[in-house]
Structures are given as structure tokens and as C-alpha cells.
Design a protein around this ligand. Structure first.
Ligand SMILES: N[C@@H](CCOP(=O)(O)O)C(=O)O
Length: 465
């Protein structure tokens, strides 16, 4: 399997090379040159597999020569053994045609664990084999940070630097990152927003001259292909449980960086029957505006009750655009250059291709709180604010569709006690036992200005030998 850049001038890479990078050298994102696909007969046979077996079946073609089938199986078994639910990704029915896929049973209580627990193990094995050290640099609006640290802290050959927007993640989210200490773990609270953090990370990938010779950056954000790859699996898991290949389901995905929903799009291309993919956004709604009115104009980032989705530049949309423009890298390079300068307009053909698979809905804070409260009253089920955005969008779509809707429940409600309290429900979400001492532990983080030179100076000064 080879991986190519969406902008066409960076070299094609193997899986191992793509795992050890982030952005392509031309500023694009890596995608597989071609996708494996599964026939209806193969899907029928896959329907009986447990989560690790299904993951192995789906992921093996992507890693090809980098890991043997046995090595991959061992890594996958180890990865999902740390999840607290034996089904790994349980599917729960809340109402007629409404399901939630619980993706918060991993160590840090968010869907990011599915990919980052795996990525940490793949990295560890690869770096040991190559005898190399790397520097991990990531940006988080709340969930990726702790999941990346938890996934990679066992790796001996890394230093990890995670940038989060100062005072803009929930207390639980921050503590999940900043209480994981060690000489190689660095949490940087940036005096800016998530877009600032992500822009610094991307710029750092493009010019790595601040690093000493022999060290390079590896991404833990969804610009790293391995993140997307791992997230394809749970779409198959839910779809097969709901009757694929004989019945299609629709998926509602709380969307920020577009990585999670892009994984669903790939699952459809790989043969999973998917009726529709719902882009569910908060007030940071650039993707909803694009889908509904063709408006892809940048707007100022707003801080909401769903901080993990407070993002206005959705990195992975570029991967979708690459397909919408028939995989023409020069079209993407031109569009992204124009986007750097301001707004872009997609062609009619691209828009109609996008609308064939995607719908969208924006849910503001008041609607998010109302959804948490309504669902609690009706079903006794407690949604976190991000999952509530997905569920609100799915219930609006349901009346029109008649297909089963699966909302991706991307985080545990205990990560957002403030929002739950504001929703007025009588429930108090509690952290699972392994995090019960979270508020007793010391925090370690440095506050830095929104200035890349300062961040690079900090990183150079704190790199291990
Ligand atoms: N929503 C993320 C922000 C980064 O997105 P990613 O999927 O590219 O890592 C978060 O919660 O940190």
C-alpha cells in the first residue's frame, strides 16, 4: 500500500513512513493510493467478528509490509484489551431508529483512544525496530491531548509536546493531560485558541529546522493517516451489528477536524452500506455552511459548551476535497492556497458529490443543553455535550429517512460536568475508578504566548538526549 499527498508534489510513502510523519512536505495530507474493499459475502462473514478481530481484518491491508499479520494482531489485541467494555464499542438503542455508538470506554474517555492507543503501540514497535527517536507535536481542543499522552507514554523513543488553548478546555480534560507527568511529557497552554495551536503544529511540520539533527516530528492529530485508519473500524462494527450488508445505517458524527466523519466516508467506499453521514457541528459551523449554502468563508472561532469541536479550520476536509475533485492534486493545491488567503468556493460538481453522501446540521449551546435534558428525561441516558450535538442532528434527520441512525457518542459525560449541570438534569456523571483521584493529583504545564518562536525555543530546551 502506498500513500500519496493530496497536493501531489511530496513523495509517495509506505505505511511505516506515513506513520512517522504528519503533513506531507508539500503541505498536503496523505491518503492511500487505493482502498481495500469488502464484498457482501465478506461482510456477512465479518458480522460475527469481535472488535479486535474485525480491526485486524480491516487494518491489515493498510499496514502491509510494515507489520506481519501476527504482529498486527498482537498489537491490536493489546490495544483494545485496555478498554473498559468487553464489546469495546457498544451500540445502545435509545429510541426507535436511534442508536448511540459508545466510543468512550478507552483510558481517556473519548473516541480518540481508539486510534491513539493503537498509534502509540505501532510507533513504539517501529521506533524500537529502527532504533530512532522522534518528537511528537500535537494540538488539542480537549480530547486528543490526553489520549495522545496516554497512548504514547509507554514509548521509550519519544518526547511529546501537546499544545492546548489556555483556559479553553474543561477542567477534567486539562487535568487528564497535565497530571500525566514524566520527563518526556510536556503540556503547553497557549494563550490563543485551538486554531492557533493547530496552525503552529502544521507550520512546525513544514519547517523542522528548530529540531536537532536526527530528530523529526510525528503527528498525533488526525493529519496522521494512522488516526483515520483506526477509526474506520467502528463504522463497520456498528453497521454489521445493524444488519450490513443487507441494511444500510446512517451516522451522525459530532465534527470538528473532520477526521472521524472522514473515516466513515472511507468505510462507505470500502463497501459498508451507509445511507448518509451527518456532519453535526456546534456554532463553529464552517462545514455546515458549506454543505447548506456553499459558503466556505472563515469565521472567528467561538468558545462553546463542546470545546473539542471549537475548530474553524477542519484539517481533514482537504482529504475529502481530493476525492471531490477526482483526486486532482493541482486543483487541491490551488484551492488550499486560496483558502490560506481567505475564502474558497467549491465547484458545482464537487458540491453535488459532497451532498450525495453528507448532510449537515448546526446545534448551538441552548439546543445542546435541551438535547441532554430531553434525552435524559425520555430515556434516562446521559449524553455528553458533543454526543448531544450528534444526537440532536440525528433526531432531526430521522423523520425524513426511516433508516437506523447511529450517533457517535464521542466522549463520556463525566468529562463535562459543567455542561451537564447547566442542562438541569438530576444526574451527576462520575469519573470511572481509574480517574477517581484526578482532582488530587499535581498538574504540570507551562503557559506560553501564542508565538511559534517561543514554542520552538521551549521545545528545543526541553528535548531529552
Ligand atoms: N477535537 C480534537 C482537536 C484535534 O483534532 P484531531 O482529531 O485532529 O486530533 C481534540 O479534542 O483535541
Amino acid at each position: 500500500m502506498r500513500y500519496i499527498s493530496t497536493r501531489g508534489t511530496a513523495p509517495a510513502l509506505s505505511f511505516e513512513e506515513v506513520l512517522l510523519t504528519g503533513l506531507a512536505s508539500d503541505g498536503g495530507l496523505y491518503v492511500p493510493e487505493s482502498l481495500p474493499s469488502f464484498s457482501a459475502e465478506q461482510l456477512e462473514e465479518m458480522a460475527s467478528l469481535d472488535y479486535p478481530s474485525l480491526a485486524h481484518r480491516i487494518l491489515l491491508p493498510f499496514v502491509d509490509e510494515a507489520f506481519s499479520s501476527e504482529e498486527l494482531r498482537e498489537i491490536i489485541d493489546d490495544t483494545y484489551s485496555v478498554f473498559r467494555h468487553s464489546a469495546v464499542a457498544p451500540l445502545v438503542q435509545l429510541e426507535h431508529n436511534q442508536w448511540v455508538l459508545e466510543l468512550f470506554h478507552g483510558p481517556t474517555l473519548a473516541f480518540k483512544d481508539f486510534a491513539l492507543q493503537l498509534l502509540g503501540r505501532l510507533l513504539d514497535a517501529t521506533l524500537k525496530r529502527r532504533g530512532e527517536k522522534v518528537v511528537i507535536m500535537g494540538a488539542t481542543s480537549g480530547d486528543t491531548g490526553s489520549a495522545a499522552i496516554a497512548g504514547c507514554q509507554r514509548c521509550e523513543n519519544i518526547d511529546i509536546f501537546i499544545l492546548h488553548p489556555h483556559n479553553r478546555v474543561s477542567d477534567v480534560q486539562r487535568r487528564q493531560m497535565t497530571t500525566l507527568s514524566g520527563p518526556t511529557i510536556h503540556n503547553l497552554a497557549i494563550e490563543g485558541n485551538f486554531d492557533d495551536c493547530q496552525a503552529m503544529v502544521k507550520a512546525s511540520f513544514r519547517d523542522q529546522s528548530f529540531l536537532p539533527d536526527g530528530r523529526s516530528l510525528v503527528a498525533v492529530n488526525s493529519i496522521n493517516w494512522a488516526r483515520i485508519m483506526a477509526q474506520i473500524v467502528y463504522y463497520f462494527y456498528a453497521g454489521l451489528a445493524l444488519g450490513a450488508p443487507h441494511r444500510a445505517a446512517a451516522y451522525s458524527v459530532p465534527t470538528g477536524n473532520f477526521g472521524d466523519i472522514f473515516a466513515g466516508y472511507l468505510a462507505a467506499k470500502m463497501g459498508l452500506p451507509i445511507a448518509q453521514l451527518m456532519i453535526a457541528t456546534n456554532r463553529n459551523d464552517v462545514l455546515h455552511r458549506l454543505l447548506s449554502s456553499g459558503d466556505y468563508a472563515r469565521q472567528a472561532l467561538e468558545h462553546t459548551l463542546s470545546p473539542s469541536m471549537d475548530i474553524t479550520v477542519s484539517s481533514n476536509f482537504e482529504r475529502l476535497m481530493f476525492d471531490l475533485y477526482d483526486r486532482d492534486p493541482s486543483a487541491i493545491a490551488a484551492l488550499m492556497a486560496a483558502f490560506d488567503d481567505g475564502d474558497i468556493a467549491l465547484s458545482e460538481a464537487a458540491m453535488s458529490n459532497a451532498r450525495a453522501m453528507f448532510a449537515s446540521h448546526r446545534v448551538d449551546d441552548a439546543e445542546t443543553l435541551a438535547c441532554i435534558s430531553n434525552v435524559w428525561e425520555k430515556t434516562g441516558y446521559l449524553l455528553d455535550p458533543h454526543s448531544a450535538i450528534g444526537y440532536a442532528a440525528a433526531t432531526l434527520a430521522d423523520a425524513k429517512s426511516g433508516v437506523p441512525w447511529v450517533t457517535l457518542a464521542t466522549a463520556h459525560p463525566a468529562k463535562f460536568p459543567g455542561a451537564i449541570e447547566r442542562s438541569g438534569v438530576a444526574a451527576v456523571p462520575t469519573l470511572p475508578a481509574h480517574l477517581s483521584d484526578l482532582f488530587d493529583l499535581d498538574e504540570h504545564f507551562d503557559v506560553l504566548p501564542n508565538d511559534m518562536a517561543e514554542v520552538h525555543r521551549f521545545m528545543s530546551a526541553h528535548l531529552g538526549a
